[in-house]
Design a protein around this ligand. Structure first.
Ligand SMILES: [Zn+2]
Ligand SMILES: [Zn+2]
Length: 82
């Protein structure tokens, strides 16, 4: 079982280790916070909860800006739906 960060898709086999390190894609700024646990299941395909864009990789999905982000178009990245 692997655990993923919902901001950047970082993968770790332990929640404790995942949330102990800084997130390069944290919403407050790069490395301004820790990885946060994605609480959904591992899936063959992940969809952004704001716009429905899909990608087979959480890292690739969250790498791209979201044109339907709640803060404004492209003011944040795609966020995986659970
Ligand atoms: Zn992260
Ligand atoms: Zn999106």
């Amino acid at each position: 079982m692997n655990y993923y960060c919902k901001y950047c898709g970082a993968k770790n086999s332990s929640i404790a280790n995942l949330t102990a390190s800084s997130c390069s894609r944290h919403p407050a700024g790069a490395n301004k916070g820790k990885h946060a646990l994605y609480e959904g299941d591992e899936k063959p395909k992940y969809e952004c909860k704001h716009c429905g864009t899909s990608n087979s990789s959480l890292a690739n999905l969250t790498a791209a800006p979201c044109f339907r982000h709640p803060l404004g178009a492209n003011k944040g990245h795609h966020e995986p739906a659970l």
